[in-house]
Design a protein. Structure first.
Length: 280
């Protein structure tokens, strides 16, 4: 079916390439720098990034250049789309949304740039839902409303083995108050006010993950939800977490297990886990 609206996002949405290809969603890559080497995050092997981080090699993320958005938007306009909805990671975590706005001002079709104020699969599920509406020929108003409803209602829960990587990357926000605590005290984090903020502190990794599981189950309630478990170099723990969620969350439309993008992994560090609860 002819699409009058196109959906664009950035690579922190953590959506599988097969899904974005199926829905015609364009993904602009954030870049990752390891030492002196910089590349699109999709071309950075996760084992290489993990090894560098554990060896204290300098790692940084770089938002897309406005030119990357400009050419993406222009190519879509050339294909005949009338409007573009561009949905991105929180402006409190990245300058990606500003790069998108800079490019949008130079394109001949309307581009609606959306700051989701969140990250990870809270963006991913919003983009997926918006993409389905766009693919079916929906109006730009419906596409925008669908994306906003999903990311506004989503919950992003984050467990990190250490806050050190967030501190190094300057993404720690209000969670800075947790730095310097007892080593066995594990922080649980969430997204609030566009920043990564503290949610709870629990003694020991296993208790922290159980606490995160309990919070996710409570947030899901009896609503129909999509649930994702995200990880960075922690697939075994993520699989166990997903198995427990399958048993205990009653009304799930879609479960997803995914490794977070390298750009997110570069900040949360190896061993990080997340749960996204996104009401349908």
């Amino acid at each position: 079916m002819y699409r009058r609206v196109a959906v664009v996002t950035d690579s922190t949405a953590c959506l599988p390439a097969q899904l974005t290809d199926q829905l015609g969603i364009e993904v602009v890559q954030i870049q990752v720098r390891i030492g002196d080497h910089t590349d699109d995050e999709s071309r950075i092997p996760v084992p290489d990034l993990v090894s560098a981080m554990r060896s204290n090699v300098p790692v940084a993320t770089i938002p897309p250049d406005p030119g990357a958005f400009f050419w993406t938007y222009n190519e879509l306009a050339a294909q005949g789309v009338r409007s573009i909805v561009s949905v991105h990671v929180s402006g409190g975590l990245s300058a990606t949304v500003e790069a998108a706005r800079t490019a949008a001002a130079q394109v001949r079709v309307p581009v609606h740039v959306v700051d989701t104020h969140t990250c990870g699969m809270s963006i991913g599920y919003a983009v997926q839902a918006a993409g389905k509406i766009a693919e079916a020929g929906g109006t730009v108003e419906r596409v925008l409303a669908t994306a906003q409803r999903r990311y506004d209602r989503s919950t992003e829960l984050i467990y990190v083995d250490t806050l050190e990587y967030l501190r190094r990357g300057g993404r720690i926000g209000a969670a800075a108050a947790l730095v310097g605590g007892v080593l066995s005290m594990k922080p649980l984090l969430t997204m609030a006010d566009s920043q990564i903020t503290p949610l709870d502190k629990v003694m020991g990794a296993d208790r922290a993950l159980n606490r995160m599981l309990d919070i996710a189950i409570k947030r899901a309630g009896t609503d129909t939800v999509d649930v994702a478990v995200e990880h960075f170099d922690a697939e075994e723990k993520a699989t166990r977490l997903l198995r427990n969620l399958r048993r205990r969350v009653p009304n799930v439309r879609q479960f997803m297990l995914t490794q977070v993008s390298s750009a997110i992994g570069a900040h949360v560090g190896p061993g990080a886990l997340g749960i996204t609860v996104s009401p349908v």
